[in-house]
Design a protein around this ligand. Structure first.
Ligand code: PHE
Ligand code: ZN
Length: 943
């Protein structure tokens, strides 16, 4: 049953719970068709509550078999049933409540609450799934101790798991058995979990730094037993890292991870019993790519880190979601940076932020890191809450310094252990540790939108001084017309004639080679003194020190200098991205501006992020689909979103004239990089063009097909003449298929795949044959997929044959078959809409499996520009039809996948109207879920 027009939940209406739950006993009689749940809660009215305050028990789609208060069924006015569940009136100050419900796991396709996946039973409770299991105060600020008894058929479900430690188990009559689990740590209901199944267990021991032994256990289907090593090793690495980098130790005797085939998100941090989307657990060189390995490691780490940032200290209410998610993403980013990817991690993260979060923050679904209202909380597991939330934490560290930050974190975990708190509490602790007033900084949590920062500078040679003028401005977002200035840390350096950083002083601080400018007002000036030479280039926003759109007015020569010499990997990459972005924009506009030599002041071709010119016209843009977060929330962003720059209002009907001078300059810089001894992994990132979805953001109204064509044209113009040196590089990389999971080895494979894809795109002689050979000879999935991806838009015999081979070979391997579905759906070769239809008729396609559905719809919307954005709107209509169908089964996944359709305002007039029609048609349907209806309503709303 679907909900009708619900009212929004407001942060301002938060009230502390009137009742505490002192203990909870749950008893499950498990059966896929009908499971009986008995719940026994001891409740006590709080001292602050009104004497007649009723007890709210949430419940959804429950069959109630029994309800007793102190042994008596409440009658008459004592029991009120409403849309949220039950209200118990007239209770004594303390009571024991017994509730029996019946639920139907096999029929639960929403995958929230208790459901069946494969032959197993499992739960997903965050954020509000527990109320689909039993009546309970299902809110994160009600914490209690759980004792859970599970009973099931012993043959069908030999493994019975719940949170905490197993305290009893045994056989029962009739082929049944039971297990009792006790979790010593009080927790909110969203962290409850159980699993019943026929699963293999791979395990390893871990000794914590204080000498406690912990069993690490990974549970998977029997045939996947040989794909768990990487997950186990990742878990042990994450546990060690949390001890060393954050001083956090594990607290139970066992840590369990269960891989589940049907899962809405990436993974879930239930106390001691993580549930994982199987794609973030299972890996072998033969099945998983390097990217898969890295994602698995980071999701495992993310969920592990939640044990402190999320579980020991949890959220007071769901507006505070970023308290745990932003902090935990920050922690997992640090882990991957220090242990696996080093400098490239920051580049990957920023790329993702720009491609997905910036568009979200510029579109109809924009919201603050700490939202103050929601209609459906499921729709707030966003890039903003997760990734921008992590950026906010990172900025805090930049502002107060590593040492104070670490002290603040220690204080946070110590002071709030066992409590449910707010982002204000977090910032207050940091302010205390740093001895600084951070009240201005709080605006990052409260205000949506990506700030534009404009930076200009003037060097006074006689005085040895650089004057810097900064200006900030945040365009309006829905419901928030007026924006206030934010506290922005801008890390910068000056590069001298030999490429090295110059030293100088900022204010009274000692001489340094890098400075953090703290911009707090709308406009502010700074002075760097004691400079012995004129800077040749300014390295702005080093390490991407703040999630802003920067307009530094740099000319192409200065950017090329940075791309060649900067020692900050991010800034270096970013300079090259900016050059390429300008070249694509020039092609789209047909402007052909060539004013490279005009430093600073160009309102023209280049710089997209002009802080000031923003008209604040329309907000749209898009965001990720899928799991977080989809995706790092873990799943990957399966969808098209774009990144966000400025607002050029332009008609983008074709690929205009090239800015040949700019393209030549980029080509020369690339040629030098290819000859140089740049590390392969760095080179691989430098050879990437800005993502299509990020480029779209540069236009007020974009024709996605034209932007795609312009991007291709720039790629050809820049790299076409470099085909020979690309080939040389490719040859030099033979032998990288060695299976090593190191940054160097993975970087080399990434470079090899990038070069192969470039050569195929350039139609370089022999490239298609090389790709086919790479596929045939590959020992790793990384090179196999690299070859298929390179060929995927090339309408060739090789593509047809290899994809067919790949499908046949992997028909029974769900995770690998998902890759095949994604390739077919994302391919721009002719006939995309028919191919999409046929994919849904493939015997392996299942509407009930989120991974499979995402594997098809995600890449179609993200990569298949030609067909998704077909000018007649057929692509939009087809997707809308699928979403309606999916929504009837799985609202959360449908709502996530609908996000690409919300960017209609930012498309060219024809497509804009077509996409809007598709949305409106969907909006007119009866019985849409609250999840999907909420996304569509916000997408169509006036502001
Ligand atoms: N809390 C999970 C994470 O970030 C994400 C999640 C949310 C999973 C909701 C399931 C449901 O790791
Ligand atoms: Zn998380």
């Amino acid at each position: 049953m679907k909900d009708a027009a619900p009212r929004p939940i407001l942060l301002s209406e938060y009230r502390a719970p009137d009742w505490r739950v002192e203990a909870l006993e749950l008893d499950f009689d498990l059966d896929p068709d009908a499971t009986r749940v008995q719940s026994r809660l001891r409740v006590r009215r709080t001292a602050e509550a009104a004497p007649d305050a009723p007890l709210r028990l949430h419940g959804r789609d429950l069959e109630r078999l029994r309800l007793e208060v102190n042994g008596v069924a409440p009658a008459g006015e004592a029991l009120v049933e409403d849309a949220e569940g039950l209200l118990l009136h007239g209770l004594p100050d303390a009571a024991e409540i017994v509730i029996e419900t019946r639920v139907h796991p096999a029929a639960n396709t929403a995958l929230e609450g208790l459901y069946a996946s494969g032959g197993n039973l499992c739960t997903q409770c965050e954020p509000e799934g527990f109320r689909r299991i039993t009546y309970f105060p299902d809110r994160p600020d009600v914490l209690t101790r759980y004792t859970v008894r599970l009973e099931a058929d012993a043959a069908r479900y030999p493994v019975l798991l719940a949170n905490g430690n197993r305290v009893a188990a045994g056989a029962l009559a009739g082929g049944r058995h039971y297990a009792v689990w006790e979790d010593p740590f009080p927790k909110p209901s969203y962290l409850f979990a159980l699993v019943a199944g026929d699963l293999a267990c791979r395990s390893q021991r871990f000794v914590t730094r204080s000498g406690r032994e912990v069993a690490l256990e990974v549970y998977v289907e029997h045939h996947n037993q040989d794909r768990c090593d990487h997950a186990l090793a990742s878990l042990a690495r994450a546990m060690r890292y949390d001890e060393e980098a954050f001083g956090r130790e594990y607290d139970l005797d066992v840590y369990m991870i269960v891989a589940v085939d049907d899962f809405n998100m990436g993974a879930m941090e239930n106390k001691g019993l993580n549930l994982f989307n199987a794609k973030y657990v299972l890996a072998s060189p033969d099945s998983a790519t390097d990217d898969d390995y890295v994602h698995i490691e980071s999701v495992i780490a993310h969920e592990y880190f939640h044990n402190w940032s999320g579980n020991r200290v949890t959220c007071r209410d769901w507006f505070q979601l970023s308290l745990k998610e932003g902090l935990t993403v920050f922690r997992d980013q640090e882990f991957t940076t220090d242990c696996t990817l080093f400098g490239v991690k920051r580049i990957d993260d920023v790329q993702r932020l720009r491609a997905f979060q910036f568009p979200e923050d510029a579109g109809p679904l924009a919201h603050p890191v700490r939202p103050d209202r929601y209609t459906e909380i499921n729709n707030f597991y966003t890039l903003t809450v997760y990734e921008k939330g992590a950026e906010v934490i990172r900025m805090l560290r930049t502002l107060i310094g590593r040492e104070a930050f670490r002290q603040g974190l220690d204080l946070y975990f110590e002071r709030f252990d066992g409590q449910a708190v707010t982002t204000d509490d977090f910032v207050a602790v940091m302010a205390e540790a740093a001895g600084r007033d951070l009240s201005l900084f709080q605006r990052w949590y409260r205000q949506a939108g990506t700030p534009r920062v404009r930076a200009r500078s003037a060097f006074d040679a006689a005085a040895g001084e650089l004057r810097i003028d900064l200006h900030q401005h945040t365009p309006p977002t829905p419901g928030e017309a007026d924006k206030q200035p934010l506290h922005i840390p801008l890390r910068m350096a000056l590069l001298g004639g030999d490429g090295a950083a110059l030293s100088g002083r900022l204010g009274a601080a000692p001489e340094a080679r890098e400075w953090v400018l703290e911009l707090t007002g709308a406009e502010q000036s700074f002075r760097l003194t004691g400079l012995r030479e004129a800077p040749v280039a300014i390295s702005w926003l080093r390490g991407f020190s703040a999630p802003v759109l920067l307009d530094a007015g740099q000319d192409a020569t200065e950017l090329a200098y940075i791309a060649t010499f900067d020692d900050d990997a991010f800034t270096r990459w970013d300079a090259m991205q900016e050059l390429l972005r300008r070249a694509v924009i020039a092609r789209v506009q047909g402007a052909g501006d060539t004013s490279q030599d005009d430093p600073g002041q160009r309102a023209d071709t280049g710089q997209s992020h002009t802080g000031q010119s923003h008209t604040g016209q329309s907000h749209t843009g898009q965001s990720h689909t899928g799991e977080r977060h989809t995706d790092e929330g873990h799943t990957e962003p399966a969808d098209p979103a774009q990144g966000g720059y400025g607002q050029r209002s332009t008609d983008t009907t074709g690929t205009g004239q090239a800015d040949t001078a700019l393209e030549t300059l980029i080509r020369e810089a690339m040629a030098a990089l290819l000859q140089n001894t740049v590390e392969p992994v760095v080179l691989a990132t430098l050879l990437e063009l800005p993502a299509h979805r990020e480029l779209l953001e540069a236009f007020e109204h974009a024709d996605p097909v034209a932007v795609y064509a312009a991007r291709q044209a720039v790629e050809r113009a820049v790299f076409g003449p470099l085909a020979d040196s690309l080939l040389q590089q490719q040859a030099a990389l033979a032998g990288v298929d060695d299976g090593a999971f190191t940054a160097t080895a993975m970087g080399s494979r990434r470079l090899l795949n990038r070069i192969l894809a470039l050569r195929v795109a350039l139609e370089a002689p022999g490239a298609v044959v090389d790709a086919a050979r790479q596929y045939q000879q590959a020992r790793s999935q990384t090179l196999r997929m690299g070859a298929l991806e390179a060929l995927n838009d090339a309408d060739t015999r090789q593509r047809t044959e290899l994809l067919a081979e790949f499908e046949q070979h992997n028909r029974n391997d769900a995770l690998v078959l998902d890759k095949w579905f994604g390739l077919e759906a994302g391919s721009q070769i002719p006939g995309g809409l028919e191919r999409l239809e046929r994919l849904l008729e493939h015997p392996g396609f299942r509407w009930s499996n989120p991974n499979r559905v995402r594997a098809v719809l995600g890449p179609f919307m993200a990569h298949n520009h030609r067909h998704f954005h077909q000018a007649d709107g057929a692509g939009y209509q087809q997707i809308a039809g699928y979403l309606e169908r999916l929504d009837a089964l799985n609202p959360q996944t449908a709502a996530a996948l609908a996000r690409p359709l919300t960017r209609w305002r930012r498309l060219d007039p024809v497509r804009s109207a077509r996409m809007r029609e598709a949305l409106e048609r969907l909006a007119a349907r009866d019985g849409l879920s609250r999840d999907l209806a909420d996304v569509i309503q916000r997408a169509l709303a006036d502001s």
